[in-house]
Design a protein around this ligand. Structure first.
Ligand SMILES: [Zn+2]
Length: 257
């Protein structure tokens, strides 16, 4: 059986000689850019000599690409704001950052860049934490991300969907597991049902495992929250949220965790 013939050093040398640098085979053409009228040079392979040449200089090509990119970003942002307006309660749509009580803290929140570590926003009612969170979500929508919101109504919503059947409940849970951002807005304000608690745990656990962030606002400390949840679930839940988030307190002075 015939084996493969090996290339000798001479073969390799011959082959290297055959591979003449591409530039030697190219023709430098002096052109005028049809866009900015400036003179520029373009190298073309000899077989293209005499054929029509694309007469736009590299500077204009780059500028055009940047312009198209900026257009795309603008379009994405506009559609993001439209989606956000459908989502955000009207009361939170016209928030003025300058008028928020803890503006510096709010700015710190808005500086958050999308990453697996989310934010846990603590504060009293009217400290601006929910308004700030909605502004942050607006930024994320503008960047083309998806978000789901769970608030004190979600327990009732889940109960209704759960009643409709297992498949619907699973779909509801999965949507909150997989979206790029989950916003838990004071979701523990009301006493939660055991079934809803279980769903919440599953969602947060899934997101932790899949490096998906949660933005949560909490009025409660861990201990008062525990009182609203079954057994020691409250503490475990807060511990899990802390594990995956940075904590920010809406008050003056040094934050305490
Ligand atoms: Zn040009």
């Amino acid at each position: 059986m015939a084996g493969f013939t090996k290339e000798t050093p001479q073969d390799l040398a011959n082959s290297a000689q055959r591979q003449t640098p591409a530039s030697a085979w190219r023709i430098r053409m002096k052109l005028f850019c049809t866009q900015c009228s400036k003179k520029f040079e373009r190298e073309v392979p000899p077989e293209c000599e005499g054929l029509p040449v694309f007469k736009v200089c590299q500077t204009c090509i780059n500028a055009n690409a940047a312009e198209r990119q900026a257009e795309t970003v603008k379009r994405l942002a506009a559609s993001g704001v439209a989606r956000w307006l459908e989502y955000c309660p009207p009361a939170f749509q016209d928030t003025d950052l300058a008028k928020l009580p803890f503006r510096k803290v709010s700015e710190q929140v808005l500086a958050w860049e999308y990453q697996k570590r989310g934010l846990l926003l603590y504060g009293k009612t009217r400290s601006g934490k929910t308004r700030t969170a909605w502004l942050l979500i607006k930024k994320q929508f503008e960047a083309g991300r998806t978000a789901r919101v769970m608030d004190s109504m979600s327990g009732f919503e889940y109960a209704a969907i759960f009643g409709a059947g297992g498949a619907a409940a699973l779909e509801w849970v999965q949507a909150r597991c997989r979206c790029s951002l989950l916003f838990l807005d004071d979701v523990f304000k009301v006493k939660l049902t055991e079934s809803f608690e279980a769903a919440m745990f599953a969602i947060v656990d899934h997101r932790l495992n899949y490096n998906l962030p949660v933005i949560a606002t909490l009025n409660d400390t861990g201990s008062t929250l525990s009182a609203r949840m079954t057994g020691d679930r409250g503490e475990a839940f807060i511990a899990r949220l802390r594990e995956m988030s940075d904590t920010i307190h809406f008050k003056c002075g040094q934050p305490k965790i």
